[in-house]
Design a protein around this ligand. Structure first.
Ligand SMILES: [Zn+2]
Length: 241
């Protein structure tokens, strides 16, 4: 019987730094400290659980496609990463791996939200808020974030839109995270590569209905996660008063 996971060697990690090098979280340091401040260790445990659920979505889809994935490796204050050994044969399969994490994470956050409405326990509400927000951020179509994998077969222009979105977040909402800035810088390279590879059969062979389905799934997740982030955040703020 083969092991459920493969524990990667350092050399493998270095060579397979992409895809999915940085997974699950983009701004967790602030969130992590907020969790500790408001709810303590239980809140922090909720955050770790939300990341784990997201990562396991990727792992399950990678294994469903018959490939091997590493166990999620937690990088303190950055998030967690999983590594896939092989590359899928089509851009659609890679997109499915990309969206499996946010789908699992969204279900996890929704379960936490439902548990809050049933119990009124603020631990569940904060876990839900952070779960919705983490998965929303990871839908940005920038660099190696999940949104970039999902929308790669649709159009390279989404990478440009993702970079613009980070700029708007920084200017309008003053939402500046050092990690987001690093991701934007790396994302410029990724966007250029996306335009260079736009005529590669790996992308051009994707049928129009698959492109449409990927875009629709991405949009539905972003809208749901956006509404639920605002909803659970405003509940949390009114609770804190
Ligand atoms: Zn992910």
């Amino acid at each position: 019987m083969s092991a459920l996971f493969e524990i990667p060697r350092l050399r493998t990690l270095a060579r397979h730094a992409a895809p999915h090098v940085l997974e699950g979280t983009v701004v967790p340091l602030v969130l992590f400290l907020l969790m500790l401040r408001f709810i303590g260790v239980w809140g922090a445990a909720g955050l770790v659980l939300m990341i784990l659920v997201h990562e396991m979505g990727h792992v399950v889809e990678i294994q469903r496609q018959g490939m091997r994935a590493t166990a999620p490796i937690f990088i303190p204050f950055l998030g967690a990463a999983i590594f896939q050994r092989e590359h899928p044969t089509t851009a659609v399969k890679q997109a499915q791996i990309g969206i499996a994490g946010p789908i699992a994470g969204t279900i996890g956050a929704t379960v936490a939200f439902v548990l809050f409405t049933a119990t009124q326990n603020p631990v569940f509400l904060l876990a839900a808020t952070i779960g919705f927000f983490l998965n929303l951020i990871n839908m940005l179509p920038v660099w190696q974030l999940d949104g970039a994998w999902v929308l790669a077969p649709v159009s390279p222009w989404f990478q440009v839109a993702g970079l613009v979105a980070i700029g708007v977040l920084a200017v309008v909402f003053h939402f500046v995270s050092v990690l987001l800035v690093i991701i934007a810088v790396l994302g410029i390279q990724s966007a250029r590569a996306a335009f260079r590879n736009a005529n590669n059969p790996y992308y051009t062979s994707v049928p129009a209905n698959a492109r449409l389905a990927l875009f629709a799934a991405w949009l539905a997740l972003v809208l749901y996660l956006g509404v639920m982030t605002l909803q659970s955040e405003s509940l949390f703020i009114s609770l804190a008063r």
